[in-house]
Structure formats: structure tokens, C-alpha cells
Design a protein around this ligand. Structure first.
Ligand code: SF4
Ligand code: SF4
Length: 375
């Protein structure tokens, strides 16, 4: 085991290989507050990458309702229980990561789902926490809540899948940090399926190899966002590059949201993988639940997000989500407009800070028709 630094838990930790960060790291921010669980992302991925034989059960992208939705069944509950207490001292994680808690002779603490665990990807959909008395209506404020958690591979800085593979078949690309399985090397030992805490590697029984999300690298290499991003109905997603915290640049949208405004947080940072998909946490869910899922900065992230209506920079950047298929590595606000730009500053897209609303007359005298206004 090597000693490496993980900024998400603000301390050194053990990892199977020495620290080796890519030249640039693929990353994404998902704004949970905007997800409507339409599953368009799930199907965009399914029809692009996993429509083949042996892939029927695979969802490289899935969307589950929390707290009762899981794919595969109870993926997070099982691991949280296995890991035991997960204490934070301020923003420093004081518990053990999955690498540090690995039983003797293994590289990662994990578990392998049964086939049946993948059989109900929409289990718990729209089930809410808490009890609604007599099932009829809410009292405000109410304690019943649920939210939709869209998940893909996190293309982790310290991937558990990669660490666990005895064949060295999984690699992290130097140029973009995307984590891939070399199909010609893989022998289907399924160590990665056991090790990935997010359960984002999948065994294909027909090819006898493991497969996983590839961040649509053939698109990403051309400056285009992955399929699940480009097709997202709720416009909750933004793909780009993340820097190390000390190199964060305010004109990089991902850096701005993650490092500078700290409004987007990693999923289960205590696992120790430094995952690179970040979530704007849901503002209405129970805080202890969110604290466990996104770490100790959750309260501050929600407060910052709540103030977005009075914060034109933050509101403007959130408005850039889903407005173009192009990857937008730079951004700036020009008064009432937000501009997404290429690395060299070339403008790629421009959106108004406030979308105009046109209210038409209920009766159009020119065309002699009655209209319904749907702003
Ligand atoms: S999310 Fe899982 S499959 Fe993806 S890089 Fe991390 S450990 Fe590997
Ligand atoms: S397409 Fe977007 S809004 Fe729809 S479920 Fe996926 S992440 Fe949520």
C-alpha cells in the first residue's frame, strides 16, 4: 500500500498504487434539485452502449429515488454497514476508508451483488421517508421527503475497481482521467464488481469480461458532453474538467462550483476514492441523511444554493447546465448574460441570466384564435 493524499477527506490515506493524477481529470456536476427521474439519461446510455447480448441488466447510468431506491439492491446500505462508524472531525475524515478497512489479504472492502440484486432497478421509486398521516396530505413543514439520485461511474482519482484488479486490466487514462477496462486483458474475475462501492462495473456473462461507463470518451475527445448529459431533460448536468483545490480557477465552471463556491459535493467521500461526479445536494431532505451521503459540507452547500437567486454569478452558471452539447471549459458573466467558452476564449454559447417570459393575449385578434398561456 502507498500513502496518497485525498483532498475530499483532507488527509493522507492508503491506496494500492502511488498517487498518479492524470494531466486533466474528467469531472461533472449534477444538480439534484432539478432531476425529475424521467430516466432519459438512463435510456440515452442504454441505447448507445448496453443494448447488446449479456448487457440486458446493465445500467451504466441509473437514477434511483432515495432513501428507498437502489440499483443494485441496497448497494450503499450494505457497504455503510460493512464499513462501520464514519466519523468526521470537522472536514477531516477520522474513520477508515474502504482501502484502509480492507480485510487482510484483500485490497478493498467490498461485496459482490447477486444476480437478483440487479433485477429491480426502480425499487423504491417515489417512496418517501417518514409517514404521511392518513395518507392524504402534507402538513407544512413536513418531514416526508425523497429525491432522485442520478448515478454514473465517478471516474475516481483512486478507483477501487482499478486497485482490485489482479490482472491490471483497468486503467486510468493520463489525458483525461477516464477509467476503462481493457477487454483483451480482462478474464472476468469480478474483483472490480466486488470492489467498486458505487457498483458501476458490470459483469457480462456472454463475453466473460467486466464492462463499465466510458464517459462517452469518443464524444468527449471531440469536445462533446456524454450522451446522458446531452439528453438530460432536467438540464441537471455539466461535464468538464476539475483541478486540484490549490489550482482551482474561477473561470472553470466545475472548479467554481466544487472548489470556490463549494456548492457541489462528492458522493460518499468517506469511501476514499475521490470520486469526480459532484452533486448539488437536495435542499429539502433530512440533514443527517445528506451528511452521511455528501459529507460535512452539506449544510454550507445548501445555504449557498438557497441564496442563488440573489447571486447572479452562481445563478448564471447554473443556467449554463444543459444549454449546449459542447463541453464548456470556461465561463464568464457579462452583466445579464452568461457565456460558455472554449479553452482559448472562443464563445461557444450565450444564455440570458433571466429567461424572458412572453405572456400572449388570451385571444389573438390577428388569427382569431383563443390561446392558453403556459409560461
Ligand atoms: S465509480 Fe467504481 S467503476 Fe467507476 S472508477 Fe470509481 S471504483 Fe471504478
Ligand atoms: S435525464 Fe436528467 S432529469 Fe431525467 S432522470 Fe436523468 S438526470 Fe434526471
Amino acid at each position: 500500500m502507498a500513502r496518497t493524499y485525498n483532498w475530499q477527506i483532507q488527509r493522507e490515506m492508503s491506496y494500492w498504487y502511488p498517487e498518479s493524477r492524470p494531466q486533466r481529470q474528467f469531472a461533472a456536476v449534477f444538480d439534484i434539485n432539478k432531476c425529475i427521474a424521467c430516466q432519459t439519461c438512463t435510456l440515452a446510455c442504454k441505447t448507445t452502449w448496453t443494448s447488446g447480448k449479456g448487457q440486458e441488466y446493465m445500467l451504466w447510468n441509473n437514477v434511483e429515488s432515495k432513501p428507498y431506491g437502489f440499483y443494485p439492491l441496497a448497494w450503499d446500505l450494505k457497504l455503510l454497514k460493512l464499513l462501520g462508524p464514519q466519523e468526521w472531525h470537522g472536514e477531516v475524515y477520522a474513520g477508515r476508508t474502504l482501502f484502509e478497512a480492507a480485510p487482510a489479504g484483500t485490497r478493498v472492502l467490498g461485496w459482490r451483488p447477486d444476480d437478483q440484486d440487479y433485477a429491480y432497478p426502480n425499487v423504491g421509486e417515489d417512496d418517501c421517508a417518514g409517514v404521511i398521516e392518513k395518507g392524504a396530505s402534507f402538513d407544512i413543514p413536513h418531514l416526508a421527503w425523497f429525491f432522485y439520485l442520478a448515478r454514473i461511474c465517478n471516474h475516481c482519482t483512486y478507483p477501487a475497481c482499478l486497485a482490485s484488479c489482479p490482472r491490471g486490466s483497468i486503467y486510468k487514462r493520463k489525458e483525461d482521467g477516464i477509467v476503462l477496462v481493457d477487454q483483451s486483458r480482462c478474464r472476468g474475475y469480478r474483483e472490480c464488481v466486488q470492489a467498486c462501492p458505487y457498483k458501476k462495473t458490470f459483469f457480462n456473462p456472454l463475453t466473460g469480461t467486466s464492462e463499465k461507463c466510458i464517459a462517452c470518451f469518443p464524444k468527449f475527445e471531440q469536445g462533446l458532453q456524454p450522451q446522458c448529459f446531452a439528453n438530460c431533460i432536467g438540464k441537471i448536468r455539466l461535464a468538464g474538467w476539475i483541478s486540484k483545490p490549490e489550482q482551482a480557477s474561477p473561470d472553470n465552471p466545475i472548479d467554481y462550483l466544487v472548489h470556490i463556491r463549494k456548492v457541489a459535493l462528492p458522493l460518499f467521500p468517506q469511501f476514499g476514492l475521490e470520486p469526480n461526479v459532484y452533486y448539488v445536494p437536495p435542499i429539502h431532505a433530512a440533514r443527517p441523511f445528506l451528511h452521511q451521503m455528501f459529507g460535512p459540507q452539506v449544510e454550507q452547500a445548501i445555504e449557498t444554493y438557497r441564496r442563488a437567486p440573489d447571486d447572479p454569478d452562481l445563478a448564471g452558471l447554473l443556467g449554463l447546465f444543459g444549454c449546449t452539447e459542447r463541453v464548456v471549459p470556461r465561463w464568464l458573466r457579462e452583466k445579464d448574460w452568461v457565456v460558455g467558452a472554449a479553452e482559448d476564449g472562443t464563445e461557444l454559447v450565450r444564455v440570458p441570466l433571466k429567461e424572458p417570459v412572453y405572456i400572449r393575449a388570451a385571444f389573438d385578434t390577428q388569427y382569431q384564435v383563443a390561446r392558453v398561456n403556459c409560461p
